[in-house]
Design a protein around this ligand. Structure first.
Ligand SMILES: Nc1nc2c(c(=O)[nH]1)N[C@H]1C(S)=C(S)[C@@H](COP(=O)(O)OP(=O)(O)OC[C@H]3O[C@@H](n4cnc5c(N)ncnc54)[C@H](O)[C@@H]3O)O[C@H]1N2
Ligand code: MOO
Ligand SMILES: [Mg+2]
Length: 429
């Protein structure tokens, strides 16, 4: 008799997976290597920015009080006592009715408290010493970038667990962090199973297909912040699969297999998990695709038996592997970000299970509109290329109509979500 599996709701499956905390480690890398990695410590401002009062314009630094009487009819004359470009400091005290020619970014000289843009002064020619005329009043602080106005020393600028983007790289550089403490990327083993599988560079042969899942999963691991270790493709041979699984488990932080997880004659993953003595968290989820997704735990390691069907495999990774991986990267928003969208097409076929439809989101009049990125069957690979979100269509007896409000999970978003699974409803307009 074929084993009867009991499907559990998607929310429940995710909760079970999230109970397991994969060990998070730190490592120190150079700033050049830091883009895309996850901070292992808060990024703190090590000094004020700017660290000194500076000029935001090319102009003349003056004492504002000297312009008290200045007007178009009564321009006030200033003697130019020096010139500084960014990086230089004017060392003397500036006296009444003196000005220093100053360039953007240069430190405000002592005694000055305002900057007049070059365009607003008249430079006097043929004078013994350089001089300018100013025709209007300036207030103390006009055109000064004050010390600490950008950031004050000690401010937590970016939280631990945040993925480093180009802006964060700029902050690391600003504060002199040439070395950065980041989360070590967990190593995730990938094994593809299936006698039908060919290597990517092999020509097609009768009954055979190329192994696409392994490469897809490795790219998903990379996108989620992990490091993939590929153990190749294996024929549906119990002993070979068991040996490879044991070998991989001794070398990785988590393991993903694809294929052989259902109830077929050559689906060996369930037996291998039994043989290993792994605790199976679930082997059936009330979702389409990916209902056969099986997750187990062995000691500190998670073992993911993802479906062989490409779309099911993809979705299984994003729902169950990504959040565990992100958690190991100290990230507090490990799940795909959920948001509302309008359904762009009819989706009439009801399904008792929650559907996660590979979709593409458009922006129409400021509104997100999601439509399937291809055929919605779990063995389909072509719909994956154009997918940037997954529609969440709860299971039930009714289909869905164009224009309905639905929830979507964003695949390319970098913010993530704490827990996206509350209040999933598709409502009629
Ligand atoms: N009697 C039943 N049959 C099936 C059930 C079921 O409940 N009862 N579930 C179906 C569902 S749903 C899915 S999903 C699949 C899952 O199958 P497996 O995870 O066991 O995967 P395989 O049987 O090995 O392969 C399925 C399909 O995917 C292709 N495949 C496999 N590996 C790859 C790869 N690396 N790259 C690309 N494509 C791959 C394989 O050739 C098959 O076509 O089971 C249903 N059956
Ligand atoms: O697990 Mo299957 O992917 O539901 O189609
Ligand atoms: Mg199978």
């Amino acid at each position: 008799m074929v084993e009867k599996r009991k499907p559990i709701p998607v929310e429940e499956a995710i909760s079970r997976v999230m109970k397991y905390k994969t060990i998070a480690d730190k490592e120190v890398i150079t700033i050049e290597e830091s883009f895309g990695r996850f901070l292992a410590e808060d990024l703190i401002a090590s000094h004020d920015v700017p660290a000194f009062n500076r000029s935001p314009y090319d102009g003349f630094a003056i004492r504002a009080e000297d312009t008290k009487e200045a007007s178009a009819n009564h321009p006030v004359r200033f003697e130019v006592v020096g010139e500084i470009g960014a990086g230089y400091v004017f060392e003397e005290e500036v006296m009444p009715f003196q000005a220093v020619r100053i360039m953007t970014g240069a430190q405000i000289p002592q005694g000055c408290d305002a900057v007049v843009m070059l365009e607003l002064v008249k430079e006097l020619e043929g004078q013994e010493r350089p001089a300018i005329l100013i025709k209007r009043l300036f207030k103390k602080g006009d055109n000064i970038s004050y010390q600490g106005e950008d950031t004050e020393k000690g401010t937590v600028l970016v939280k631990k667990g945040t993925q480093i983007n180009p802006g964060i790289v700029a902050l690391l550089a600003t504060f002199g962090y040439s070395k950065v403490s980041v989360a070590k990327r967990p190593v995730i083993g990938v094994i593809a199973t299936g006698t039908e599988l060919l290597n990517v560079d092999e020509p097609l042969a009768p009954g055979k297909i190329r192994n696409s899942n392994a490469y897809m999963i490795m790219a998903q691991i990379d996108r989620a912040g992990g490091q993939a270790k590929y153990y190749g493709k294996l024929n549906d041979d119990f002993e070979a699969c068991l040996t490879a699984t044991k070998q991989a488990l001794s070398e990785v932080d988590m393991l993903i297999t694809t294929g052989g997880v259902s109830v077929g004659d050559y689906d060996y993953v369930p037996v291998i998990l039994k043989e290993l003595g792994a605790e199976v968290l679930f082997n059936k989820v009330a979702m389409r695709p990916g209902s056969v997704t099986t997750v187990a735990n062995l000691g500190e390691k998670m073992i993911y038996g993802l479906s062989g069907n490409p779309s099911a495999c993809y979705v299984g990774f994003e729902l169950f592997v990504r959040p565990v991986l992100r958690q190991a990267l100290f990230n507090n928003f490990p799940h795909l970000r959920k948001t509302k969208a309008t359904l762009g097409v009819d989706f009439t076929k009801p399904n008792p299970f929650m559907r996660l439809v590979r979709s593409r989101v458009d922006y129409v009049d400021g509104q997100l509109v999601a439509s399937p990125s291809g055929v919605d069957k779990s063995g389909i690979v072509s719909s994956l290329g154009g997918a940037d979100c997954l529609m969440l269509l709860p299971g039930g007896t009714r289909g869905y109509e164009k224009g309905m409000d639905i929830d979507i999970l964003l695949l390319e978003d970098t913010q993530g979500s704490e827990w996206p699974w509350s209040n999933i409803v598709a409502s009629y307009k």
